[in-house]
Design a binder for this molecule. Structure first.
Ligand code: BG6
Length: 519
């Protein structure tokens, strides 16, 4: 982000669901940080829309508390807050009532008059998805979608519960808005480190020659969370890990790591290349679900010295819930680059560490020239893209241990974004909100990609739904998931790669980390 934006157009940011949690915890803190960094246009206004009983002042006060709690910088001083909050307005409205939209349209026209120009209009739907169709209709019928260049609608997951419901949502949006006006958020794409996958691959010529089936044995994508379901049982019970994480975030990561180089770095080309990967992923049929997909649900256990309850004992969760809190999958990408290279994906809640990373495991050496006494065991080179925490890149390879004997040891070369750039990264929402206001759709998902992801996962969802798990809970909180995930990867004679833990204070050269299960 370059901190000047004289080219940025006056913008009205209409926030539906202005009183909700997403607005409070993520959107306003991000907008406020953009304001502090001078990324908001000079002429900028937020109109919060909700049915709740706020007014301009109480909404601002509510946001102030959220920002204080969730912004990476808090609120620096009263004067700054005053100048930011004067751009906040509130419209109490029933979003199923057409007059709400005529009222909104009037306010927008008035604003254009005040600014002597035509402002960009962002309609952000921070509401439950069942309201998306009503809002799109309300905006459309009030003629607020017609200005194709300056009206944008923003939606966020869950974009449907399955393929059919996604199509329903999409049809409702498409009825009034063109695809170029629709911004579908997958917040992983806004993470700095996720975008850096592209920088690593396409700004450095050294990786491309080895980024293929000739040198890579397999790729493992792990998103491990220590948190449980928290206060989200209401949503999560109907979702589960496959819908919540794989349908969007993990498949996006797979696309970024597997895609072909774009010709130009723009929304059209990058989204086409990601879509090419989706096309190439081999579908898993209902008969193959058992072999290529594993599910789990956490039981009670210990996390960092604290006893935590089982998923089925969490507030709002059914005592016989069949919802998976863990899943592991094996995918194959049927194209020239990746034929024969498995992509293993796993994600779960209540795992032992917080770790999101992509491990590219290179092939074994073709010939073992070192004597057995050198101790060259199964430690082929591995490139790890660490997404969080402690974002960075780690290259693991073999080196000779100093000394008179020929002894080989695995070592690590680490690159840390924090150390290299000495700056805190903007949050994913800051990046994405700024892109929406600029009208740059590169980091947003196109309908065809979301649809392809649903199509891919439908057989798994259907098989799992038709056959409730008989072994849930099947992993203890604080462990690395169910036995079934080990079996899944063991089919090909492999095992899950140990997540790369943060470097211990003072560093520990040559110290490899071990997967607690496989250690
Ligand atoms: C969300 C999921 O999309 O991503 C959550 O709904 C998950 O269940 C979260 O915890 C993880 O995102 P982040 O940015 O905290 O890694």
């Amino acid at each position: 982000m370059e901190p000047n934006h004289p080219q940025q157009q006056p913008t009205v940011f209409v926030l539906f669901g202005a009183g909700g949690d997403l607005s409070w915890r993520l959107i306003l803190p991000a907008l406020f940080n953009l304001y502090l960094d001078k990324y908001l246009p000079e002429q900028w206004l937020l109109i919060g829309v909700d049915r709740q009983d706020y007014d301009q002042h109480s909404l601002a006060q509510h946001y102030r508390e959220g920002i204080q709690q969730y912004s990476r910088r808090g609120i620096p001083d009263d004067k700054t807050w005053q100048s930011f909050s004067q751009a906040l307005r509130y419209q109490q409205a029933d979003i199923t009532d057409p007059t709400s939209y005529t009222q909104l349209a009037k306010a927008l026209v008035e604003q254009d008059k005040t600014w002597h120009g035509k402002a960009e209009r962002v309609f952000y739907l921070a509401t439950p998805p069942f309201l998306f169709a009503d809002i799109a209709k309300g905006l459309g019928e009030a003629n607020l979608a017609k200005a194709r260049q300056r009206a944008r609608i923003v939606v966020e997951k869950p974009l449907g519960h399955d393929l059919e419901s996604f199509r329903g949502i999409n049809q409702a949006l498409n009825h009034y808005f063109q695809e170029s006006q629709i911004y579908r958020i997958d917040h992983f794409l806004g993470k700095e480190t996720v975008q850096n996958i592209l920088a690593l691959r396409f700004a450095n010529p050294i990786f491309e020659p080895i980024w293929n089936r000739r040198y890579i044995d397999h790729i493992a994508i792990t998103v491990a969370e220590t948190l449980g379901v928290e206060h989200r049982a209401n949503y999560y019970e109907g979702a589960g890990a496959l819908r919540d994480m794989v349908q969007n975030h993990l498949l996006q990561l797979l696309c970024l790591v597997a895609m072909e180089p774009p010709v130009v770095f723009d929304a059209h080309d990058l989204r086409d290349r990601r879509m090419d990967v989706m096309h190439a992923i081999r579908p898993i049929s209902a008969e193959e679900v058992q072999r290529y997909a594993a599910r789990g649900q956490y039981g009670a256990g210990w996390m960092n010295g604290t006893q935590v309850p089982a998923y089925r004992e969490e507030k709002g969760v059914a005592p016989d819930s069949n919802t998976e809190t863990y899943c592991a999958l094996e995918f194959h990408v049927d194209n020239w680059r990746w034929q024969g290279v498995p992509f293993y994906l796993r994600t779960g809640k209540r795992l032992p560490v917080e770790a999101s990373e992509i491990s590219i495991r290179f092939q074994d050496i073709p010939h073992q020239a070192f004597p057995t006494s050198a101790g060259l065991n199964a430690q082929p080179a591995q490139l790890v893209i660490r997404l969080q925490p402690e974002e960075g890149i780690v290259l693991k390879f073999m080196a000779k241990q100093p000394g008179p004997h020929l002894v080989l040891r695995p070592v690590e070369m680490r690159f840390s974004y924090q150390e290299a750039f000495q700056a805190t990264s903007p949050t994913a929402y800051e990046t994405l909100l700024w892109d929406i206001m600029k009208g740059d759709a590169t980091l947003f998902t196109r309908a065809d990609q979301v649809e392809a992801a649903w199509r891919l996962l439908m057989p798994i969802l259907e098989v799992w739904e038709a056959n409730p798990a008989t072994d849930f809970p099947n992993y203890r909180a604080g462990t690395w998931g169910p036995e079934a995930a080990e079996v899944l990867i063991a089919h090909s004679g492999r095992s899950w790669l140990a997540p790369t833990l943060p470097e211990p204070k003072g560093g520990a050269p040559g110290k490899s980390t071990h997967h607690p299960r496989s250690a």
